[in-house]
Design a protein around this ligand. Structure first.
Ligand SMILES: Cc1cc2nc3c(=O)[nH]c(=O)nc-3n(C[C@H](O)[C@H](O)[C@H](O)COP(=O)(O)OP(=O)(O)OC[C@H]3O[C@@H](n4cnc5c(N)ncnc54)[C@H](O)[C@@H]3O)c2cc1C
Length: 387
């Protein structure tokens, strides 16, 4: 379903753009890929960027007609900026996940329920289908993700961190911020006290009657709900010295390095994959293959601009730097999550895209407040200011 190349992403964007206006606003909640863009695996890895998507859509639709779609695109940046200012929540998630995976090893009942949920063998209408769909395709519609997470947490009474991990291992768009914070939201610990409860009628309506599960929880589970950590400072972007002998690190967080290549001419480039860091368990081969192929596509697209290219592990970076005699190493800033964890000790300038620098400071409270900044943020996107 998802060819891991930029031309495939651009084709999908072109096919979808005519539907990004009122069609999307009215039909997007139906669990049917025909009504959404299915661009997330590409945007997640910046095979295409949010800016490109917004530009394409707003060239064909007025901001009013495309308002809903534009907002959805900004949800990604909102979640990223929100987590970036509260990185402890990612560390807490990883810690609680470790504990939950230990509990799975030692508690046979929990293990059986977790396995049944992951294998789609719970007997719950819809839920089992979505579990298998996720494993088979690497994608779920947003509404299905909400229903699935809700049933996982509130009906099956499984730890939310295990569900978030199941998603991160299988989603082609698996993203630390969108995933962790959406699961927290469904569990009622993101928007404090407001959980999401899946309702059979809603599921029947938006699946065209394909599913109407019975026996779903009527009351949300009460999860431990400490207050959000205090907001920390956002990172600053590195400052490149173009005169220095430079190397470039490309990770799966940003596979469109044009903006870096405008600032630096690398003599060597290292492609470093960090997909395995998404989970303590094995990440689905479909996901690792997607990322590996998308990286090869990136390598091909920028051939001739990257200097000597190596595909190496994180551990090999110091030797790579020495061998190439680099005075400076540059990379796109890896947001809070597995890639940042994997590259924590790597000495490199972490560069922020203008889009993130502009959007993240607005992710202080809820999305409703962030939304007010969208017109201003659109005005700062190159090529959009004139629309
Ligand atoms: C429990 C749960 C887990 C999720 N986990 C992830 C995840 O790991 N990775 C991920 O990318 N998204 C995640 N989402 C958000 C959302 O479901 C997907 O981004 C969306 O379904 C992708 O499909 P699409 O490209 O067809 O979206 P469209 O509806 O076509 O939206 C266009 C783009 O807007 C962005 N977007 C849309 N909705 C959201 C949203 N709610 N949050 C953040 N960005 C959004 C995406 O970049 C998407 O490609 C999760 C949602 C829930 C409820």
């Amino acid at each position: 379903m998802f060819t891991p190349t930029r031309p495939a992403a651009l084709r999908r964007l072109a096919d979808f753009t005519p539907r990004a206006g009122r069609d999307y606003a009215t039909l997007r909640n139906h669990d049917d890929m025909a009504h959404v863009s299915a661009l997330s695996p590409y945007i997640r890895h910046r095979i295409i960027t949010e800016e490109e998507v917004l530009r394409a859509v707003l060239t064909q639709h007025s901001p009013q007609a495309a308002e809903k779609f534009v907002q959805e695109v900004f949800w990604r940046g909102y979640w990223k900026g929100w987590l970036e200012q509260r990185p402890a929540l990612w560390a807490d998630y990883r810690r609680d996940l470790g504990a939950a995976l230990n509990a799975v090893q030692t508690q046979a009942g929990l293990r059986q329920r977790w396995q049944a949920a992951c294998l789609g063998q719970t007997g719950i209408d819809g839920f089992d289908h979505w579990a298998r769909q996720l494993v088979d395709t690497g994608y779920l519609h947003n509404h299905a993700r909400m229903w699935f997470a809700s049933i996982w947490i509130h009906t099956l009474d499984l730890p939310w961190v295990l569900g978030a991990d199941f998603f991160l291992r299988h989603l082609l768009d698996g993203d630390p911020a969108s995933n962790t914070l959406s699961w927290r939201w469904v569990g009622g610990i993101q928007t404090l006290g407001k959980a999401y409860l899946a309702q059979p009628d809603n599921i029947a309506k938006y699946t065209q009657g394909r599913f109407r599960p019975e026996g779903l929880a009527q009351v949300a589970a009460t999860l431990p709900c400490p207050p959000h950590p205090d907001r920390g400072a956002l990172p600053a972007s590195g400052v490149i010295d173009p005169a220095k002998r430079s190397g470039l690190i490309i990770t799966e967080e940003d596979l469109s390095p044009d903006w870096l290549l405008d600032q630096v001419t690398p003599v060597a480039t290292a492609f470093v994959r960090t997909t395995a860091w998404r989970s303590p368990l094995q990440v689905a081969p479909m996901v690792t293959d997607f990322v590996a192929a998308a990286m090869r596509d990136c390598q091909d697209r920028y051939a001739g601009q990257l200097g000597q290219v190596s595909v190496i592990s994180v551990d090999a970076l110091p030797a790579w730097r020495r061998a190439a005699g680099l005075d400076q190493v540059v990379m796109a800033y890896p947001p809070v999550g597995p890639t940042a964890d994997a590259l924590r000790s790597v000495d490199a300038l972490r560069m922020l895209r203008a889009y993130d620098l502009d959007a993240w400071p607005h992710a202080t409270h809820g999305f409703f407040r962030f939304k007010d900044a969208i017109p201003k943020l659109l005005g700062r996107i190159k090529g959009l200011a004139l629309l």
